[in-house]
Design a protein around this ligand. Structure first.
Ligand code: ZN
Length: 275
């Protein structure tokens, strides 16, 4: 079991350089690099600089975060997504890291499950045509909010099954899984190799459909069925990363080093029970 740090956890006040420094210090195996933080880094540095950092340290890049709200876009907006795809692919080629995350749009109107699936499959297929030249894998994330058009594990799994490519898989985010009432049975019925990344976290105990990202808590501290999820993943032989991903304003306001250190301790404590 490998630990990973998702930069959303410190995104309000930190930088890629600071996150890397402290993640290396506290022993994370991997980092998920946010594209906005990468763009900021590239104002004064190059991708080659980043490559050198990873060559000289233990921590390695895992994924780039990510292409946001990919479906139901007009041509102009979609071309901006393709620019992000281009940046992630170039970074992956030079720096490493073989996964690119993506998610789906909100408030898309009166669309059936089938219409959403068809639209999303079409868009993912367009994206993968470019990504595959770089051996980049696409990790699709369902968002546990009622306004998001793909908001359960089952719905997202159906979409990637329809895409039917080994380089397109899922992100299983504990918060999103809980937030719209996704079921463990659906994970058990899935192909575990299609789960590319696990986002580990927890949540305050609000009703289904009422949760937002700011309700996220440290792993193990809230209402998520962590034991059920961990047991299921271990029994099914999941061997990807467990990536700490929080968006809690209270944690953003902690000193960055403290937040990264505490996140590692909280994640290690959960993983240590299932190794
Ligand atoms: Zn996530």
């Amino acid at each position: 079991m490998k630990t990973c740090f998702n930069q959303a956890t410190t995104m309000k006040h930190s930088t890629l350089k600071k996150d890397l420094l402290y993640c290396e210090k506290y022993g994370y195996d991997y980092i998920e690099i946010r594209l906005d933080k990468l763009k900021e880094y590239l104002k004064d540095n190059t991708l080659e600089d980043l490559k050198v950092f990873f060559e000289n340290n233990n921590i390695k890049p895992y994924a780039y975060n990510g292409l946001e709200e990919i479906n139901y876009r007009n041509d102009k907006d979609f071309s901006i997504i393709m620019e992000d795809l281009d940046l992630a692919c170039r970074a992956s080629d030079i720096v490493g890291g073989k996964f690119l995350t993506m998610d789906s749009n909100f408030n898309v109107g009166h669309q059936t499950i089938t219409q959403i699936r068809n639209e999303t499959v079409k868009v993912i297929s367009k994206i993968i045509d470019k990504a595959e030249k770089y051996s980049m894998k696409l990790a699709f994330e369902f968002i546990g909010h009622p306004a998001c058009c793909v908001n359960t594990f089952n719905q997202a799994y159906d979409i990637i099954q329809t895409v039917n490519r080994s380089d397109v898989g899922l992100i299983l985010d504990f918060f999103h899984f809980h937030a719209m009432g996704s079921r463990l049975e659906d994970i058990k019925a899935s192909d575990i190799d299609s789960i590319f990344i696990v986002h580990i976290n927890d949540t305050e105990d609000l009703p289904i459909g009422a949760l937002t990202d700011s309700d996220r808590l440290w792993p193990g501290d809230g209402a998520v069925d962590t034991h059920g999820l961990m047991t299921t993943l271990v029994e099914m032989g999941y061997d990807g990363v467990f990536s700490l991903e929080l968006f809690r304003p209270e944690y953003w306001d902690m000193p960055i080093e403290d937040c990264i250190k505490k996140g590692k301790e909280k994640t290690d404590f959960i993983l240590s029970q299932y190794r």
